[in-house]
Design a protein around this ligand. Structure first.
Ligand code: UD1
Ligand code: CA
Length: 457
């Protein structure tokens, strides 16, 4: 895109029809990423750092999720409509020296960069003062209807709420997609004419169409036919339809790329996930965030994997939950394991059912096979952690560390009260509560001796 053109994303609205309380609509997730993330992804290749965003409702949440974009945020304190959002951003865009602006509704997450490029190309080739994309909607629903005159030239966009068949004729299927190209020089004199005497009592950006035509400017509606990627999202149903479209597309891409998905219809794979050819997902799963799944990894059904790294040949058994975890080559996790942030399994380590790890390293070949909590722990190589072992890492105020040396053996049902170190090759007897360091190669036992008494009758 040439330097004189910027993009403006309208993202200040609440999204009342979503019924999401405090979460602004553009922050609603689709396969784990906010809607706005997708819009930015579509715009970044063409516009690089020339993308501005109008924020308002829930602006803090948006800023938190997109810290690198806040520099180009424009605050619309009161959400008085899409026209008002544009007017609010205008001085900022002018001051930055832009001549053209592409305005994009922030609730159009399936948008493709190619659609934006097409709009700009057609508008520029015809030297339009204003151009917008339109689509043929199966159901025109809440979308703005595109009116054309007898010669097929666009004459107005009439919002659904204001559409009166008696006055405007039978509603056309052609609707406004909410993507506009504006030549700022020609549009600026029109901004002052935007009013809010309409059904929603809002300032509509779409009124610029009639205003521009009345002022003898060329206005173009670029009709993209039936294109679901250009449909704005206003309701939970539309959100779920969009998510399903994207889900199926991503699953298909992985299959095409050599990933073995046994139940593609049940796989929800986020757009930032990388899966190497030859990896297998054996059933319905959620793989989200910046997860990397290497060759020959097997993830069984009903796992949730978020921002995690699974190295070559690792196996994640059914019903496991991983978040910000690193699983080394050849490791086995689960079934029913929970790896929380900072869980690191080195090569061929094994974590079995009902084992929870947090900020803990399990060294090469070490095992924690059953019913265990390992938090704030550093565990060496070849260690065996018996069933029911707990690192008592929290004293009510602070977290403390447990260190276990290479080759140590921790008997079942041991409580390791941190801070504590168990030396290499040491053995801790089952049922012990370890509060002091255990020297390397020694045996530690804290059990009371078993007594045998006659049974009372
Ligand atoms: C808008 C269009 C409609 C089009 C549809 C396409 C108007 C008046 N109508 O309707 O013609 O068919 O999009 O999806 O523009 N926003 C702000 N500030 C505000 C109000 C809205 O930033 O004061 C943002 C919203 O966060 C949203 C976008 O603008 O991302 C569109 O607003 P929305 O209320 O969803 O408009 P629609 O009714 O869908
Ligand atoms: Ca909308």
């Amino acid at each position: 895109m040439n330097e004189a053109t910027c993009a403006l994303v309208l993202a200040a609205g609440k999204g009342t029809r979503m019924h999401a309380r405090d979460l602004p609509k553009v922050m609603m997730p689709i396969l784990g990423e906010p809607m706005l993330w997708y819009v930015q992804r579509a715009l970044t290749p063409s516009f690089a750092e020339h993308v501005y965003t109008v924020v308002g409702f829930g602006a803090d949440r948006v800023a938190e999720a997109f810290p690198e974009s806040t520099e180009r945020f424009v605050h619309q304190e009161e959400q008085l409509g899409t026209g008002h959002a544009l007017v609010t951003a205008w001085p900022r865009l002018k001051a930055a020296g832009y001549r053209y602006v592409v305005v994009v509704n922030g609730d159009t997450p399936l948008l493709r960069g190619a659609s934006v490029d097409r709009l700009v190309e057609e508008a520029t080739a015809r030297k339009a003062a204003l151009a917008f994309l339109s689509v043929e909607a199966p159901e025109p629903n809440a979308f703005g209807r595109v009116l054309r005159d007898a010669d097929g030239r666009v004459s107005a966009i009439i919002e659904a709420k204001d559409y009166d068949p008696e006055k405007h004729g039978p509603a056309p299927r052609e609707v406004n997609a909410g993507l506009y190209f504006l030549d700022m020089q020609f549009v600026e004199p029109l901004l002052g004419w935007l009013g809010n005497t309409n059904a929603a009592r809002e300032y509509y950006i779409t009124d610029l169409v009639e205003l521009a035509i009345a002022d003898n400017n060329l206005v173009l509606a670029v009709n993209c036919g039936e294109d679901p990627t250009l449909m704005g999202i206003n309701t939970p149903l539309e959100l779920s339809d969009a998510e399903e479209l994207l889900r199926a597309e991503i699953a298909h891409q992985h299959l095409n790329h050599g990933v073995r998905l046994h139940n593609p219809a049940g796989c929800r794979i986020g757009p930032r996930v990388t899966i190497k050819p030859g990896a297998q997902i054996t059933g319905p799963c959620e793989l989200m965030g910046e997860t990397v799944i290497d060759q020959d990894v097997v993830v069984d059904a009903f796992c949730h994997v978020m921002e995690s790294w699974l190295s070559q040949g690792a196996q994640v058994r059914h019903f496991s939950h991983l978040e910000k975890a690193e699983v080394g080559p050849g490791c086995v996790v689960g079934p029913y394991a929970r790896l929380r942030p900072g869980a690191i399994l080195e090569e061929k380590a094994k974590v079995g059912n009902f084992v929870e790890m947090k900020k803990a390293v399990l060294g090469k070949g070490s095992k924690a096979s059953h019913l265990t909590y390992l938090g704030d722990a550093e565990i060496g190589e070849g260690v065996n952690i018996g069933a029911g072992t707990i690192t008592c890492n929290y004293d009510g105020v602070r977290k403390h560390k447990t260190v276990i040396g290479n080759g140590a053996f921790i008997g079942s049902n041991t409580a390791l009260v941190a801070p504590v170190t168990v030396g290499a090759g040491a053995l801790v007897g089952a049922g012990s509560t370890i509060t002091k360091d255990v020297a390397q190669g020694s045996l530690a036992l804290t059990r009371a001796e078993q007594r045998q008494l006659p049974r009372r009758k």
